[in-house]
Design a protein around this ligand. Structure first.
Ligand code: CIR
Length: 259
């Protein structure tokens, strides 16, 4: 099964409290009504890609709770519930664990910390970013779970500096083609793929989301759109401005998996 083939997505609605979430940006407070309409367009795009979308209600106690990607990692038959690196977000995992209970998840535990935004599935390997949110203990626990599911999987650790998560800094546009933010610094060499370095004003556009035969990209990044159109007939452009104010992008708003 190709690594970007999915049948299901788990999401959680944002709440009017979303502006109280964590952010490193100085872009002002998100407009909730606009965020909701951007979010609904995102869900529509997931459905247009053929995914059955399970949407959980938002929980005002967790203003970052709609960034569900950080709370779990789903790879082939293994589901790992994380321990997000930001203490404010630890409580988000309860409801995600319950929603994924039928997949018999395993859990990052003890001192381990992992944000799913640091986990990038590429065509021939899995990259786990070591960031301010994901530590070595967590990355090793996650690698062990992935290897237990598939003993031939290649898992590399990637030091992450200059951006919040690995996938803020780099994503795989198509097999063997990576898009990289100029702010992302690392000692890891992505020599297994061709890497396109985006201009500074398009840095945030590095987060793209391939699903089945389509590629989701964010609106406002013409270089990204041009690359995307070279490789996909079906490019879906989405306005994510209100989520970007809170360090969010495309991948963070859903957990994709095969049901
Ligand atoms: C946070 O700082 O945790 C949220 N405001 C943004 C999380 C974005 N997650 C992601 O890109 N995977």
């Amino acid at each position: 099964m190709p690594h970007n083939h999915f049948t299901h997505a788990l999401v959680r609605y944002p709440t009017p409290q979303m502006g109280a979430g964590l952010t490193t940006q100085s872009l002002g407070a998100p407009d909730f009504e606009r965020a909701l309409s951007q979010y609904n367009a995102y869900l529509e795009a997931l459905r247009a890609c053929g995914l059955a979308v399970q949407a959980l209600d938002g929980d005002a106690a967790f203003p970052d709770g709609h960034f569900v990607e950080d709370t779990a990692v789903i790879y082939e038959h293994v589901t790992v519930i994380t321990q997000p690196g930001a203490p404010e977000r630890l409580g988000e995992i309860q409801s995600i664990g319950a929603a994924l209970a039928q997949r018999q998840p395993v859990f990052i535990s003890g001192d381990g910390r992992v944000d799913g935004g640091d986990v990038l599935f590429c065509a021939d390997r899995v990259l786990i970013g070591l960031s301010e949110r994901t530590n070595l203990v967590g990355a090793e626990q996650l690698r062990a779970a992935l290897v237990q599911s598939n003993s031939s999987v290649v898992v590399d650790f990637v030091p992450v500096r200059g951006v919040l998560h690995l996938k803020t800094g780099i994503t795989e546009l198509a097999p063997g083609i990576l898009l990289r933010s100029p702010f992302f610094e690392t000692d890891y060499h992505f020599d297994f793929a061709e890497t396109f370095l985006l201009p500074v004003h398009e840095a945030h556009g590095a987060n793209v989301l391939p699903i089945n035969d389509a590629l989701l990209i964010m609106r406002g990044y013409p270089t990204v759109r041009a690359f995307a159109q070279q490789h996909y007939e079906n490019v879906i452009e989405l306005d994510m401005s209100e989520f970007a104010k809170m360090d969010g992008s495309l991948t963070c708003l859903s957990l994709r998996y095969n049901g």
